[in-house]
Design a protein around this ligand. Structure first.
Ligand code: FAD
Length: 461
């Protein structure tokens, strides 16, 4: 390991963060404020008009909950449309976590809506349960509820139900649109809160949001990607059942990304295929033109990634993500903690930092099952030469005579290798969920403040 200690070289090429921490906080607060406006705001518009006579508090409350739930579901379309300006301050994993939690909340609110009606006025509302005799507006409501429950069940128990990710995703999209259409039909059928122009305008606005966002995701984005195709130029085997796939822009200048970011990649002739997968760039962000992804055999698509032929077309939706050292140009150095294929975004950061001749101090703790599964095994010592970097490989199953670390990445191991002044370092964690959770728990107990911890989840669903 070479300790350069040459402070003049610190940040030879200073990276301008896309926004400062304060700026991101402001932007984050703005989006949260807008979220509340969009989900609670419709209530104000609805109740600006005259309320239908003779309805008590509980019925009005039940209707309010139904409206809030519906507005929340509408906004979900925007949240998951991968619009960078919205996702930027948070990161895609946080966005998907929010999506899951808000879905549960909105489904709960919508379920409370009929239950409260039954309790408030059983004579009037309970007969609506006889679906074969019920008016169309009630049938639409029941179908919508069934759709919502199916969305929740297939999302929570996708693997147990034996649904492939792709089947689930198509079903999820179709059901989400169907549920909103049914809910809208129900509201129009009931006919309350439609008298005023602004009330009708609000319903049209909600439907327009869904149509516009769906059109952007399914039509505009693929068309934009189609105008910038890529071509596979090299596929090579790596340790740990992984393959590095290199791509070159086909007739355009390529893209700029920040090291640690990822893209949704579609391999094949058509950008309209629903077979896109998220992969982190593993190449240096300083080398323009060619980009590389390192992909582990991990399922029905990735198991065949090694068979990809040079010349295969590809399309990239990205870059996305906030797991990048470029957002923290002011830190003293960084500690990277990786497990398995979770090392790819970290490799991109280290390769980039080496190309930039960054002289800060870095530590990589990399957990792998065995020596022959250490991805990028031959490159670590070269990076140690080029950077002030210490690489600690931790093996679950070390070979005979292994003198390095083995076992779990636990508190004792972290205490041994983290810098004394660790609070001044940014800590990046990416790996299997259990490893990430346990490291995340330990770090604050050994002096790493929570705001110095960044994580990237590879399992979104
Ligand atoms: C931000 C991010 C960065 C990633 N970077 C890398 C990387 O650099 N190298 C790497 O090997 N893997 C990476 N992954 C994981 C990779 O996307 C999945 O392993 C891959 O999509 C599995 O596809 P499959 O069809 O082979 O497996 P499947 O058996 O179909 O799925 C295995 C699991 O992968 C996830 N998955 C599958 N398809 C998708 C999809 N289209 N979109 C989102 N998740 C999906 C699901 O959680 C699923 O349970 C990353 C994931 C994320 C979210």
């Amino acid at each position: 390991m070479i300790i350069r200690g040459n402070e003049d070289r610190h940040h030879m090429k200073p990276q301008k963060p896309n926004t400062t921490r304060g700026g991101r906080l402001l932007l984050g607060t703005f989006w949260i404020g807008l979220y509340f406006l969009l989900t609670i705001g419709p209530l104000a518009i609805i109740y600006l008009g005259e309320a239908p006579p003779g309805r008590g508090f509980w019925i009005e409350l039940s209707i309010a909950l139904g409206f809030i739930g519906m507005a929340m579901i509408t906004v979900q379309f925007v949240i998951t449309a991968r619009i960078d300006r919205i996702n930027g301050p948070y990161g895609i994993d946080v966005i998907y976590q929010f999506h899951r939690q808000i879905s549960i909340l909105s489904i709960t609110l919508i379920l409370i809506h009929p239950i409260m009606l039954f309790a408030a006025d059983p004579d009037r509302y309970l007969p609506l349960l006889r679906i074969w005799e019920a008016p169309l507006r009630a049938v639409l409501a029941w179908l919508g509820l069934l759709g919502l429950i199916t969305i929740a069940a297939t999302s929570i128990w996708r693997v147990k139900l034996g649904l492939s990710y792709e089947t689930w995703r198509i079903l999820h999209g179709i059901l989400a649109v169907a549920v909103l259409a049914l809910a809208l039909g129900h509201v129009l059928g009931v006919g309350h809160y439609l008298e005023q122009f602004w009330q009708r305008g609000m319903w049209v606005g909600m439907a327009a949001i869904v149509v516009l966002v769906s059109g952007y995701v399914r039509l505009v984005k693929p068309l934009l990607m189609q105008r910038k195709p890529w071509r596979v130029v090299n596929v090579r085997r790596e340790c740990g059942r992984s393959w590095t796939v290199e791509l070159e822009p086909d007739g355009h200048r390529g893209l700029r990304f920040q090291p640690g970011q990822f893209a949704w990649v579609t391999f094949g002739r058509s950008v309209w295929m629903i077979r896109e997968h998220p992969f982190s760039f593993s190449s240096s962000a300083e080398r323009s033109g060619r980009v590389a992804f390192t992909i582990k055999e991990n399922g029905d698509f990735t198991d065949h990634i090694g068979e990809t032929k040079p010349g295969t077309p590809a399309y990239l939706d990205g870059p996305h993500g906030v797991f990048t050292i470029d957002r923290r140009p002011d830190v003293k150095g960084a500690v990277f903690i990786a497990g398995g294929i979770g090392v790819t975004p970290i490799m991109s950061m280290l390769r980039t930092l080496a190309d930039r001749e960054d002289s800060r101090r870095f530590v990589l703790i990399y957990g792998c099952p065995a020596w022959d599964q250490v991805t990028f095994r031959d490159e670590w010592s070269e990076l140690e030469e080029r950077l002030d970097l210490k690489v600690i490989i931790v093996l679950d199953d070390p070979p005979e005579g292994w003198e390095g670390e083995s076992g779990r990445i636990d508190e004792a191991l972290l205490q041994r290798h983290l810098p004394e002044d660790r609070a001044a370092y940014e800590h990046y964690i990416c790996g299997p969920p259990a490893m990430m959770a346990s490291v995340r728990e330990v770090l604050p107990t050994i002096g790493v403040p929570a705001e110095r911890i960044e994580m990237e989840e590879f399992e979104l669903a």
